[in-house]
Design a protein around this ligand. Structure first.
Ligand SMILES: [Zn+2]
Length: 201
């Protein structure tokens, strides 16, 4: 039965029949460059840049039928924070539209891969109606609230770091309940010229 399940799959990146992610594409993710960044003084741990194979994997994982592809990179995700103290992981909540479409969020899946407690203490708070607002306005309006976690230091987790707006909202919400974000974990970072995050040297 397992054989037929495996044979029915194809690599989400190169379409080779077999596993969700073939060994060639998997090593592309495993051996890719790990971006070294800080966002507002908080170190960012990422599997890679949001390009090529890793971008294809993340795009596929947003499709319900292909979400198992994320599990193929779980060892690398777990390794990202292997050197850090065992603070709990706090996933950024999925957007309501994304959750409605998919029925799951990527950030909680990634948080569970880190092998540490997962605390879902963040909530999105949409200010007023979103209709008729531009995307930039919606982003500004989207803020987060946090329930008091039982710890004072946590690791923040999301799938992709783009502008850093969600991270900053989460850091602010956690700070308001006296909880410090000591590290950020994402699968990928979008390369950006007007970088909101600075590159460590
Ligand atoms: Zn492949």
């Amino acid at each position: 039965m397992w054989a037929s399940v495996i044979l029915d799959s194809t690599c989400v990146v190169c379409r080779t029949p077999g596993a969700h992610l073939c060994s060639t594409c998997r090593s592309g993710v495993a051996e890719g460059e790990r971006p070294r960044l800080v966002l507002d003084g908080v170190p960012v741990y990422a599997l890679g840049w949001y390009t090529g194979t890793l971008r294809d994997v993340i795009r596929a994982a947003k499709n319900f039928r292909s979400r198992a592809v994320l599990r193929t990179v779980a060892p690398e995700v777990r390794n990202l924070t292997a050197s850090l103290p065992p603070q709990p992981a706090v996933p950024i909540p999925p957007s309501r539209a994304g959750f409605r479409r998919r029925g799951y969020g990527l950030a909680p899946m990634i948080a569970r891969m880190l092998g540490r407690p997962v605390l879902k203490v963040l909530r999105l708070r949409d200010a007023g109606t979103q209709q008729g607002r531009s995307a930039a306005e919606r982003t500004r309006q989207r803020t987060m609230t946090a329930r008091q976690p039982r710890v004072s230091r946590v690791i923040l987790v999301d799938d992709v770091l783009t502008t850093g707006a969600s991270m900053r909202a989460a850091i602010g919400a956690l700070s308001s309940v006296n909880c410090e974000v000591v590290a950020i974990v994402v699968l990928a970072v979008v390369p950006s010229r007007g970088a909101p995050h600075s590159i460590c040297t």
